[in-house]
Design a protein around this ligand. Structure first.
Ligand SMILES: [Zn+2]
Length: 252
């Protein structure tokens, strides 16, 4: 049975943990409370990414080092990738943070996307469809940031200027909004999909129809009691809608 598309899914998680490697303890000494907060990592994101990887049989590149050292969801030229604890470190130390922590994740993600594109291309040849990779970067956000109250469960961040990506994000938004376990879905909220970040960097390397990069943002108000994973109903909705998005059924 012919599919409309041969879409390969890849997953990433840039803010999966608050780990501090031994050699970088000094700049974050005494910051345990901050490390455990939404400033240190995205609670629930890693567990969600792992469920998606397992359920949808998709590769995952996940990082567990705290964003307070260097933010893997910023580009290499963005000085804001360093936090207030690391931006005033001597230049050689910042360069080391870049080469030890930032660069390996970016390289691994780029390699994963390239490999998935090769697979999608092979599938496309047998199924007479286009080759394409959907990259979903899994993140979470705090329900209240300063004066900004985020009263929706899910945000999908994408570039409205890329037609295929926009279509996927729109379809995914509609599907999620219909799910019983989901209270509110917003597009390009709480952040804009075109802001500096990993998906924007990858868009610069790939044409619209070959690559779509969507950031999945989940509201931490839906974290389960233990706090390191989201409520099962929300995760099930994300898994089910993403599965349907990847496999829209036979061509009509
Ligand atoms: Zn994040």
């Amino acid at each position: 049975m012919a599919r409309r598309t041969a879409v390969a899914l890849v997953l990433t998680c840039e803010h999966g943990g608050a780990r501090v490697p031994a050699r970088w303890k000094a700049p974050l000494a005494g910051q345990e409370a901050l490390l455990a907060s939404h400033r240190g990592y995205d609670a629930g994101a890693l567990a969600t990414a792992r469920v998606l990887s397992r359920e949808l049989d998709a590769p995952l590149c996940a990082a567990t080092v705290t964003r307070l050292l260097v933010d893997l969801n910023r580009s290499a030229h963005n000085p804001a990738r360093f936090s207030r604890f690391t931006r005033d470190l001597p230049a050689p130390q910042r360069a080391r943070l870049h080469t030890e922590l930032w660069a390996p994740h970016r390289a691994a993600v780029e390699a994963m996307v390239a490999q998935a594109q090769t697979q999608a291309q092979t599938q496309a040849q047998t199924q007479a469809g286009p080759r394409a990779v959907l990259h979903v970067a899994v993140h979470s956000f705090t329900p209240v940031l300063d004066d900004d109250v985020r009263d929706y469960d899910v945000g999908l961040l994408y570039d409205p200027g890329r037609a295929w990506e926009r279509g996927l994000a729109t379809a995914w938004t509609r599907a999620l909004a219909r799910c019983e376990g989901v209270d509110g879905v917003r597009r390009n909220a709480p952040y804009r999909g075109v802001s500096d970040g990993l998906t924007r960097g990858l868009r610069g390397l790939h044409a619209d129809r070959a690559y779509a990069g969507i950031e999945l943002e989940l509201n931490q108000r839906r974290l389960a009691a233990r706090g390191d994973r989201f409520e099962p109903a929300l995760v099930r909705a994300v898994v089910g809608t993403l599965r349907a998005l990847l496999d829209p059924g036979p061509a009509g």
